[in-house]
Design a protein around this ligand. Sequence first.
Ligand SMILES: *Cc1c(COP(=O)(O)O)cnc(C)c1O
Length: 356
Amino acid sequence: MNIRVLPLPEESRKQKYTDETQLGFGKIFTDRMFIAEWKSGQGWVDARIEPYAPFSLDPACLVLHYAQEIFEGLKAYKWKDGTIALFRPEMNARRFNLSADRICMPEVPEELFLSGIEELVRLERDWIPSSAGTSLYIRPTMIAVEPVLGVKPSDHFYFYVILSPVGAYYAGGFNPVKIMVEDKYVRAVPGGTGEAKTGGNYASSLKAGLEAKKKGFDQVLWLDGVERRYIEEVGAMNMFFAYGNRIVTAPLDGSILNGITRNSVLSLASDLGFTVDERKTDIATILADIRSGSITEAFGSGTAAVITPVGALCFKDENCQIGNGGVGNLTQKLYDTLTGIQTGSIPDRFGWVKKL
Ligand SMILES: *Cc1c(COP(=O)(O)O)cnc(C)c1O
């Protein structure tokens, strides 16, 4: 599909950031956005790149009432030699369409998803920061815009992409987080929407996150929604436990998000000689193995922070420090290798990097 590029008038040009260390996460956006519309009976129409601006939405439109919405998250990196690279964007395209199917939204052709992102990133390349740990965060989103109060799939959608220059997640160094194991609320159940990247999952997780923050924890670790025994994932990260040379993570059984970083960690860890074990693990086993010292490290994986070291887990008021509470060797190695591949300082033997 042809993508029209609309002019960017002088008044739509923003003041660029001056200090890359002060970017934070998702707080500023670039000058332009990509948008395409899907209309029942017509399919995808009017793909365009236009000045970044607020939408004018009918107050009745479906996304505002029944949350028919999905999104993705990926990053573009600016290498030392000026190369601009995306990390496994075709995986985001595929996952977006799995989410779309679950939420009854139209499939976005992979070609449209990727070319929309690539064209936009090329045009906005001056916004990509380049100092260590920084990147351009890319947020593809689809929303239902038909103005009607009946509960049904919309007959009109916007698929749009916005870009946000983001700072180093670990500006103050690689800091282990403290995680509370959630025993009151659940995130997902088999047959639910846990595997889809949809806003509703996040809305329903806010309360647990807030209560954990009040108790001094950074995030919650979700248990399975039926037996409340098996470890699932954390906020927007998949969770890993290392037993020396073996790493364990929850299997993709429909209620956790199929993380692209998770998938990359599994490939990388095997490649580095670790055994990877996708298995249902009881929280009681995890706590016993932390106490006995057989769990040596724990970390989360996700696009925003890439790898997040976990220093302690707390379950029903019992606090369990993992290892020495610091950053383990494997955690550090995986972080360095993944970010090295993403930023071009380590050769990509996996075919993950897509240069623009
Ligand atoms: C996005 C997300 C992740 C991480 O996925 P990546 O593809 O690695 O960024 C994990 N869990 C949830 C619930 C998510 O929404």
